[in-house]
Design a protein around this ligand. Structure first.
Ligand SMILES: [Fe+2]
Ligand SMILES: [Fe+2]
Length: 163
């Protein structure tokens, strides 16, 4: 462990949060891909494209987190089921109805909000102590805020008003 890099902060807590975020990113990437292939109806193709692009972003995020975990000598979990266990956000319930596009988007907005909260916490935890993780948290936070905005903008007027 490179303890010199992290001073005054519980390294275990940082690693725990990174692992939890790593899992959230994979889960979001999976559900965004699922959404892209499941939704049907008006504008569904355009919205599916959007979800696939965000899924790519989430995988990129997972890799950024994995890179940082390597600095702590931590490899990604070997068991895929472990990801769900580690995940801090899980994923909100998705609609049964593939035509309920607003419902699918709303689940994604909630997932982004959970990620925003998690990266704020990671930022607060590392701020002033672990500049490398702090900067990572800031970069990820910026992306997730952007995702949340883009997803909200995909909602129908009625659904956006209720959010
Ligand atoms: Fe992400
Ligand atoms: Fe995101």
């Amino acid at each position: 462990m490179k303890r010199l890099e992290v001073s005054g902060v519980d390294e275990r807590k940082v690693v725990e949060k990174l692992l939890s975020a790593f899992a959230d990113e994979w889960i979001a990437a999976y559900y965004y891909t699922l959404t892209a292939y499941s939704i049907k109806g008006n504008l569904s193709e355009e919205i599916a494209e959007h979800f696939l692009k965000e899924a790519e972003d989430e995988i990129r995020h997972a890799r950024m987190i994995a890179d940082r975990l390597q600095d702590f000598d931590i490899d990604p979990p070997r068991e895929f089921t472990k990801l769900w266990e580690l995940s801090g956000c899980k994923y909100p319930p998705i609609p049964e109805d593939p035509y309920d596009i607003d419902g699918w988007i709303k689940a994604a907005v909630e997932a982004e909000r959970c990620a925003i909260k998690a990266y704020k916490e990671l930022y607060d935890l590392t701020h002033g102590y672990d500049p490398v993780t702090e900067e990572l948290a800031e970069d990820l936070l910026r992306d997730e805020v952007h995702h949340e905005t883009m997803l909200r903008n995909l909602l129908s007027k009625e659904a956006a008003k209720k959010l």
